[in-house]
Every structure is written in structure tokens, then in C-alpha cells.
Write a new protein. Sequence first.
Length: 487
Amino acid sequence: MLAAVMFTDMVGYTAMMQEDEQRAKSLLDRHRKVLEDLTLNHQGKIIQYFGDGTLTIFGSAVEAVLCAINIQIELQKDPKVNLRIGIHSGDIVYDDDGIFGDCVNVASRIEASAIGGSVLISRKVSEELVNHKEIVTVSLGFHQFKNVKTPIEVFAIKNNNLRVPETSTIDTLVGLSKESIAVLPFVNMSSDADNEYFSEGITEEILNALAKVEKLHVTSRTSSFAFKGKNVDIREIGKQLSVKTVLEGSVRKVGSRVRVTAQLIETKSGYHRWSETYDRDIEDIFSVQDEIAKTISKNLIANLAVSDQKKTLVKSSTRNMEAYNLFLKSSHFWKKWTPLDIRKSLEFLEQAIKLDENYAEAYSALSGCYVYLGAFGQMPSTIAYPKAKEYAHVALQLDNSLPDSHMSLAMVNFFDWNWDDAYKSFMKTLELNPNNADAHRYFAYYMLAIGNNKKAIAESERALEIDPLSIPINASLAETYAHCGMF
């Protein structure tokens, strides 16, 4: 059947719930009451509530737009509700399980690109308004939305002083304005093949450093390392990972000296934007990693904030190279993600901490090991989770900026149904590392648990953007879709 599909979403509702739950629920009730009354007036039907959002259909695109305008007018009165609305029209399949079709996906994408107080519509809806001169629209240009084959021209409604977003704002909201990069595994050029863990560790340290830069989209390790040892054309890697650039290089470790080469390559043209070779003492490896990360950030982001330019992206709380070596070995086994390898990782971390009892990153990783052992039934949760919390707190006392420690606390609190603390820890994790795919993945489960399906879908999809080749993340997204009735 043909229908106009309208999505609404309250901006900032989740944060508001943490600050003032009573006020948040009061505004949510007001949003729903206004929506229900006006939907009825405009011959629409509310299909589903998504926590702080809604999905509604109309038999007429004109009625959908008029309803949206009137909703925004009403919600701008005190107490104000900061709402964004998106509308698209087309064929849908409608049954007892919900509604399906490309039209639904496009409407959802348009709504997600709106700002509070605005109503955005597609060209298809705009064309339905040609005989309604009282409805004023302005084109915001064509935009490429995720999972939509062709670019969609988006229009904003200008009636009654409704807010109109800048085109650049839409690009930011849909993730198109971000520079993107994948850090491929640096090749181990050392004569000793056992140094593979060292080159892997250097790669991961640089990747994690770049992931902290907010304006940069960084592909996760799982997807980047999928190309290890494979002769795949740079252009093909760019397509598979949806990135504009890749960083590749090599590491040669000889005694107390290390040589690191790195080059930044554009995936479309194969053009080398930057390359450098670093010959340093092994003790200088942290400054080399930081220098590479900063250079890449400045190269990709012209207006990189001064604060990002000055802060240290790669830092280590240890200067004990033997402890650092053990930490890299533990990371090598951690990534294999089997119970036996996690226990090996744990042993290396305990050895590293014996060498440096103030090694914050080692405590943080140790916390993650205990989360794994408890979550996957390899250790009683009554033993594993308290240990995970203990080591996470030790790490954060030494360095409060470690995202993985906050992530461990988020997971333990989530498993314990401690919703408020879990939310705070998830938010802190993503503040420190917005490119943490696993944090987005498990934050999606958190959102499902509290009944916010729309946010759960957004978090699951964000996880997949960062780590498109990850099997667990693809499975989690499918599970999220199924839970939300999107079969």
C-alpha cells in the first residue's frame, strides 16, 4: 500500500532521564498526547512507540506534513519538547507485526538527520505539496543515507519559524562529513617471526589513538586486520570498509633499536598523501606512535581543534619496556578471543603489573579479562565481576581517561542490572573513544533492555559502520532488528 511514513524523536531524552527522570517522563507524556491528538485530526495511525520516538503512517503526504507542522507548533509552547520529525512516502507492507519497506528506512534516515524543532521531508513528499502554497519548503540538497542506494534530496519545512538545519549539519548527523581511515596491520620486518606481536601491538596503539579523535571515523581492529597477509588492492579495501584513506606500514625491531615506516594512502586514487620513516631507540616507541597519530589527524582534518593538536594521543603509564612487552603479548592473545587465550593474556598482564605496579593500562586490560571470563561462563560471575570492578577502579585511579576501564564498569553494571551506573559508564566510554565498536554494540543491548528500540538500532548500526566485517557485530545488528520487529 502507498503511505506517508513519519518518524518523530525527542532530542536529548536519554541524557534528560539521567538528570531529571520526572521531568523527562512528563515531557514524553506531553509529546505522546500532542501526537495522538493531532494524528487523529489528520487521519493518521500511530504504528509504534520507540521509547522517546514514534512511527506513524498517513494515507496522504499532505496530511502528514500538516500534522508535523502542527505538532512542532504545539510543542514549542511551554513546557517545550525538543522534537525532530522526518517524513517520506512510498510503498509499504503493513501487517500485525508492523510495517516494512524501503520507504520506512528512508523516513527513519531523514528523521535522524533533522535537528530539534525541524521537519524534514523527501523530494517525493515535497512534490505532493505543489498545490499547497501555504506550505513553504527549502531544499537542503542531496544526501547519501546509509542502506539507501541513491542520494535523496531533502527539504525542510519553513512554516511558523520551524528550525532549518544547515546542509553541513545533515552531513555530520549522517556521518558523511567525517574523514575516514583504516589502519592496516603493520608488517613485521624483524628477522625474528616471534616479534609479530610487537608489530601488531604498534598498529593497534596507533589505531586506538586515532579512534579518540572525534572528527575521525576509524575502522575497528577486527575489520582492518581481516586483510592481514592478503594481497588486496587498496581501492577494494576502501570499498569494503567504506573509508577514504588507509594507513599501512612496517616495523623492524633489532635489539634496542626500532624502525617504523608509515604511509597514508587515498583509497580512490592510490595517491600517497604522506609517508615517513622513524629510526629510534625502543624507549622512544611511544613518542613515535603519538607522532604518527597526530600527523595523520592533522593531515585528514584541516580544522583539527587546538586541544586535539596539543593532547597526547598515545600515552603509556609505564616506561618499563619489559612490562610494555608483556602488555603487547597479552594483547596478542586477548584478540584471539578464546578462553585459553584470555587466560594467557591474564597471565602476561599479571607479570607486567609485578614489574610496574602503577601500570594503568595493564590493570584496565586485566579488568577486561575478568569481564570476559564471567560473561562467558569461564569463571563464576560472583568472583569474576568483583575482580573486574576492582581492577577497573585501580586503573581509573591511576588514569581516569582509559576508555576500556569505563567499558568494563559499563559491562559489569549492565550484567548486574545497575542501569544508571551502566549508562554513565557507557557514555564515558564513548566520550573518550567514539569509535569503540564494542561499546556501541553493547550500548545497543542496554537500550533494548530499557525499551528504547530506536536508539538500540542506531547504536547497532553505528557499531557496524565502525567494524563492518565483524561477525558478532553483524549478528548483533540482526538480533536488534529482529527484536524491534524489522524482519
